[in-house]
Ligand binder design. Structure first.
Ligand SMILES: Nc1ncnc2c1ncn2[C@@H]1O[C@H](COP(=O)(O)OP(=O)(O)OP(=O)(O)O)[C@@H](O)[C@H]1O
Ligand SMILES: [Mg+2]
Length: 331
């Protein structure tokens, strides 16, 4: 790992991922760039279908076979471009250097094996056996993610655990090899809010101990406010604004970010839920020519509808850098 905490551990540049659909092949991740710094949590936010999960899966090179492929850009982790290394080497990197907690925890656990066996399996791939043995290390990892009675739980099968417990088990597998980067895709299965908050706090604590970078994928701005240092807002496969959470919340520069923030009652200080942004994000095969948000944007003019806006640097450097892609940036 880079010892300089002002150097990103992960640098994603112009990442492009194509998805095969009935209507043809389209870019679902359409030129995504961002950095992740050591001990930092970067929230990736956006409406359903904006390309958040596919961005995560692209970094892991775990795209659905025959359907998704990386068609451009780079993913630099610790000095090597993950899009360019052979699959055999990627298998070593996956889990050991970069791990992902998938959106659907059911698919991450094998119902036929105990939790202990599944943690051991992950460790066997990437870690040297310690004198106490992998199973004892697995117990220790479960203890780290606050699973009660870990000596007993290692012997449990996924169906014998509660939803929150299963999520911790998935987390235990992800951290078992002490990766530099963890991608956590917010679970779709509605976990109890308290359980969810505990889990996020836990990830933060582990981050403080290990310095790992966390990419937190969510559509919940409340969670971003609580657990993220920075955020990247995605719309139709692109990052349209990125910056420190406080700065972007106080002064969003992209009309889409502002609209998203306005629709969260607690953040905007309004009582009750405000109307969501009118209209729908475009389908993969029907993306507008200019700014992808222009058909829904109250400020859009002819240029917005004709040309894609460039990335504008609004201030700050490194972890403080604030950028937005818009022709009509908000003051
Ligand atoms: N396996 C797949 N086959 C076909 N299209 C897909 C597949 N996975 C994703 N897509 C399409 O790619 C686009 C981006 O999907 P992605 O799953 O990354 O969205 P997301 O931002 O994670 O949404 P959500 O918040 O609902 O999880 C969507 O238009 C989606 O329909
Ligand atoms: Mg998703």
């Amino acid at each position: 790992m880079s010892m300089n905490e002002n150097q990103p551990i992960l640098s994603v540049r112009d990442l492009e991922t194509m998805i095969e659909t009935k209507r043809g092949e389209f870019a679902a991740v359409d030129g995504v760039s961002f950095d992740l710094y050591p001990a930092e949590t970067l929230g990736i936010v956006g409406e359903s279908g904006s390309g958040k999960s596919l961005t995560g899966l692209s970094l892991m090179r775990l795209l659905p076979r025959g359907i998704g492929r990386i068609s451009g850009g780079s993913v630099e982790l610790d000095g090597s471009d993950l899009t360019a290394i052979p699959e055999a080497r990627m298998r070593k990197v996956r889990g050991r250097d970069i791990a992902m907690i998938l959106q659907d925890p059911q698919t991450s656990l094998n119902p036929a094996f105990t939790i202990g066996d599944q943690i051991v399996e992950a460790m066997r791939l990437h870690r040297k056996p310690q004198p106490e043995g992998f199973m004892a290390m697995a117990v220790d990892t479960l203890r780290k993610v606050r699973v009660a009675a870990p000596e007993m739980r290692v012997k449990a099968y996924p169906h014998q655990m509660s939803g929150g417990m299963r999520q911790r088990a998935v987390g235990a597998i992800a951290i078992s090899c002490q990766p530099k980067v963890i991608i956590a895709d917010e679970p779709t299965t509605s976990l109890d809010v308290t359980v969810q908050a505990q889990y996020l706090r836990l990830l933060r604590e582990l981050q403080e101990q290990t310095g790992m970078g966390i990419l937190f994928i969510t559509h919940d701005f409340g969670i971003v406010a609580r657990v993220c240092h920075r955020l990247a807002v995605m719309y139709a496969g692109q990052v349209i604004e990125t910056g420190p959470v406080k700065r972007v919340f106080d002064r969003p520069s992209h009309p889409y970010t502002q609209a998203l923030l306005n629709s969260v009652p607690k953040l905007s200080g309004h009582q009750g839920r405000l109307p969501a942004i009118e209209g729908q994000p475009p389908a993969l095969w029907a993306k507008p020519k200019g700014c992808r948000f222009s058909p829904r944007c109250p400020y859009a003019d002819d240029r917005c509808r004709a040309e894609q806006p460039p990335v504008t640097h609004l201030g700050g450097e490194g972890r403080d850098r604030h950028t937005a892609s818009c022709w009509r940036l908000l003051p």
